[in-house]
Design a protein around this ligand. Structure first.
Ligand code: SF4
Length: 123
């Protein structure tokens, strides 16, 4: 539920648009799960037990608090890959800050480019 609100925020690029479940109109929090959803794993995330704002820290101490929650999360890998694939710019996902995710994406791009150079050199 938390991540659904976060995804909305990411899509709009507006952190003010986050709407925690507790602020939603009655009934919206009880909608049946979509079995085809790519985000069913979110229901197992440790963050479901914390306010969404925990995962949008404004300083390093806040990032550390969010990371501690993520550390033992059973879906940490899935969460991180989701954030990377969806290019989510804001918040802590999969135990990584925005900056850490940018580094991961850059490293992956660099690895792909290096692999392509090797293939060209070998052809
Ligand atoms: S890794 Fe962190 S942000 Fe992702 S689902 Fe788990 S607790 Fe939530």
């Amino acid at each position: 539920m938390i991540k659904r609100a976060l995804r909305t925020m990411s899509a709009t690029g507006n952190s003010n648009s986050v709407s925690p479940l507790s602020e939603r109109p009655d009934g919206l929090g009880t909608a049946p799960h979509d079995p085809d959803s790519l985000t069913l794993w979110m229901a197992d995330g440790n963050c479901r037990l914390h306010p969404p704002t925990t995962f949008f820290p404004s300083d390093g101490a806040g990032v550390d608090r969010a990371r501690k929650i993520c550390k033992d999360c059973p879906v940490i890998g899935t969460c991180l890959e989701f954030a990377l694939e969806e290019r989510i710019d804001h918040g802590v996902w999969g135990g990584c800050s925005e900056r850490e995710r940018r580094r991961i994406l850059k490293r992956r791009r660099d690895e792909v480019a290096a692999d392509a150079e090797v293939e060209v050199a070998l052809s």
